[in-house]
Structure formats: C-alpha cells, structure tokens
Design a binder for this molecule. Structure first.
Ligand SMILES: *Cc1c(COP(=O)(O)O)cnc(C)c1O
Length: 399
C-alpha cells in the first residue's frame, strides 16, 4: 500500500507544530515560529490563551455535550449576545464554516419556499470565492481544483465577476432568483474587499427584487477587520450570514445568523446538527465574545491594523523588485507580490528560512493575519523577518 494513513488531500509542509503560546508556535524539533497565519484567521486570541484554556478545562469537567433534544442554556446565552450585537434575530450553531454556509443556503431556499415561491432557488455567487468544501459550498464557487470530479454538483448557482455590480444585476434579473452569496472581503481569493458601490448595489438589488443578501464572513468576520463584522464598514446589512473561524478562537465552532424574516421557513425539524452548539463550544464562544466584542478591543485591532499596514507600505520601496502593494482591512492584510515572485514560494521561504508563518492567497498575495491581540513588538519582529526574507529571496527563482 502506498497511500498514507492520513488521506493525502493537503500538500503539507515540513513544519510540524506541537505547541503554541500567544503569537508563537514551536515545531517538533523545538524550532520557534512567529505565527502571522493564526490557523488561517482562527486563533484570534493567539495560542493557549489562559482564559480560553481555563474555560475549556472548567466546562469539560462540567458538561461537554448533550443532545439538541434538550434545552440549551449556553446556546441561548451566546445566541442572545450575537443577536444583540448584530443585524440578526436568530442563530443556528454549527461546527465549521462550510456548515454555516450550508445552513445559509438552506435558510435562503426555505425562505422562498415559505413565501410560496419554491422555484426561487437561483443564487448568484462570485468568482474566486471560497465558501468551504461541502457539495453545496463547492457548487457556489467557480474554482476547478475544488469542483473537478465531484459532479453532479448542486444546481441553482451562477458565478459572476466579484465587484461587478452590472453582472450581478444581470444574473439576478430572472424569476427564479433567490439571492446573492458573497464574502465581504474575499480571503482565499486574495484579500480583496468588496467595493462600497458593490455592497450598496447588492443590497439595493435585493430590496427591489425580493432577494436575500447572504454574506460569508467566515474569514473576515469576528473582529478581524476592526469591526465586529466587516459589513459594518459599509453600512450594509445582510439577511443571512455565515460565521466561523474567529468565533471559536481555535475550537471548532460556526454559526448561521439570520433576520426573523429570512429565517421564516426554519421551523422545527427543518435543520439540525448533533454536535452543533455543544456546551464546550458554547463556553468557548462566550469567552471569545466577552474578550473580543467590545470597543477597546476593536479599536486596538484597528490601531494594530493601521500599524501593520504602514509597516508593510514602508517596506515596499526597499523591496520593490518583490513587493507590489498592500490590500485588506484591519488585521486581514494581503501583500501582493510582483509577477517576478510567486506568493506560495515566498511564504515557504519566510517559513523555512526566517521562522515566519503567513499564508498565500489567490492573485499572488501573501496573507498576513496575526492573532488580534498582538502588540507593537510583534509587528516590529514581523517587519524584521519579512525584510530579511525579502533581502535573501532569490527573485526569478521561484523554487
Ligand atoms: C474557511 C472558510 C470557509 C470554510 O470554513 P471551514 O471551517 O473550513 O468549513 C468558508 N468561507 C470562507 C470565506 C472561509 O474563509
């Protein structure tokens, strides 16, 4: 047998983390890394945060899981907090981002069904989006590497160009249109924020045509951009929103949020999850919420985001053979490289030769997503490692 016991679906690198603390990780051989990847925007309070560790230990010793057949006081507490601080009136808890997206699609279909218009199932999505790996979520993207070999996919999706309001208008001008699903800031696609015109325009089209605006804020939500959710920067509210990653700070947790109107089809028996909303996940969610959803914390994310962005911008002229531009919001930043370099190879160079963890994204972008509670010293250390990495990176040799 030649297949590895671990199904080889990830091209894993040689870093094998075994321990973390704050913004640092240690590998199997004891080597240390500055972690500006954060498990891809997940570990928003860094590694081994003392409050999170204590929450998990205490809750595990109290109650970890019961069926959703029973009343769920901790789910109610977290749902009430989310409802009180967002557009939403109601919340369904999941274990991952893709399940939150799946729930969002189901809520949208049930909404039109409940309105007596079950034919309205056409959801317009956007190029280079990433919504997760379930069949529903891959049906909502146009990326062959995720879709090939999985056909037949779920019908009812059409992909048009991101930030192209005219294309969105045309694609949704049909009797079976159900809504739009869009990342407020595309993550995997290359750290690309939606434009103001696009967000305002989508909302307007939804209001005019009875469509639902579904936001996927799995990556850009939960304080990452310096607002609780990224759509707050635009003054535009969704009808349904998928959330995960930061919401659990490293513990598997996701949520689908919706307005009362959008969720009108979600009655008893229409959806469910065995693990979703388990007591351990809820205890973690409550601790993360308490730490993160307050103005001082969010203001600090904006301040650190500005500093990190300035740091990156100042480095560009010194390394303009390699660095092109900076994009993103808050602490969800992307460093676009010149075509002479390849983001994936540069990320590997920073990791292997400078102990700095980042993540590559589409459009030749290096994603920079540190824990949200970093300090100035981490930014200084990041800048040193990045410029050292840029100095000794063999341009033209993307090996
Ligand atoms: C990561 C991600 C998902 C999928 O989340 P999983 O927890 O991996 O299922 C969905 N949408 C976006 C925007 C993401 O970044």
């Amino acid at each position: 047998m030649t297949i590895a016991p671990l199904m080889p679906v990830y091209p894993r690198c040689d870093v094998r983390p075994v321990r973390g603390e704050g913004a640092y990780l240690w590998g199997e051989r004891g080597e240390k890394y500055l972690d500006f990847a954060s498990g891809i925007a997940v570990n928003i309070l860094g590694h081994a945060h003392p409050k999170l560790v204590k929450t998990i230990a205490d809750q595990a010793a109290t109650l970890m899981h019961v069926s959703n057949l029973y009343g769920a006081p901790l789910q109610e507490q977290l749902a009430e907090k989310l409802v009180a601080s967002t557009f939403a009136d109601t919340v369904f808890f999941t274990n991952s981002g893709t399940e939150a997206v799946e729930c969002a699609i189901k809520v949208a279909r049930r909404y039109h069904y409940a309105n007596g218009e079950p034919h309205r199932h056409h959801i317009v999505t956007f190029a280079n989006a990433f919504h997760g790996r379930t069949l529903g979520a891959i049906s909502a993207t146009n990326q062959p590497k995720m879709r090939d070999g999985y056909e037949p996919l779920l019908p009812g999706f059409e992909t048009v160009a991101f930030n192209d309001l005219e294309a969105a208008d045309r694609a949704s001008d049909r009797p079976d249109a159900a809504g739009f699903m869009v990342e407020t800031v595309q993550g995997e696609g290359g750290v690309t924020p939606a434009t103001q015109e696009f967000m305002t325009g989508l909302r307007k089209l939804c209001d005019e045509r009875g469509l639902l605006l579904i936001l996927d804020e799995v990556q850009c939500g939960y304080a990452r951009t310096g607002a609780f959710f990224a759509h707050e920067h635009y003054g535009v509210s969704p009808d349904i929103m998928a959330v995960a990653k930061g919401i659990g700070g490293g513990f598997p947790l996701g949520a689908c949020l919706a307005t009362e109107e959008a969720a009108k089809g979600m009655v008893a028996g229409t959806h469910g999850s065995t693990y979703g909303g388990n007591a351990l996940a809820m205890a973690v969610g409550l601790t993360i919420f308490e730490e993160v959803v307050n103005e001082p914390f969010l203001a600090n994310v904006r301040r650190m985001g500005d500093r990190l962005r300035q740091t990156l911008e100042q480095l560009i002229p010194n390394h303009d053979h390699l660095f092109d531009s900076v994009r993103g919001k808050g602490l969800m930043l992307g460093l676009k490289l010149k075509p002479t370099a390849e983001a994936r190879a540069f990320v590997a160079h920073l990791r292997d030769n400078h102990g700095l963890l980042t993540v590559s994204a589409g459009e030749n972008v290096v994603r920079v997503m540190p824990p949200l509670n970093i300090e100035d010293s981490h930014i200084a250390e990041f800048a040193e490692k990045l410029s050292a990495g840029a100095r000794d990176y063999p341009v033209g040799d993307a090996a």
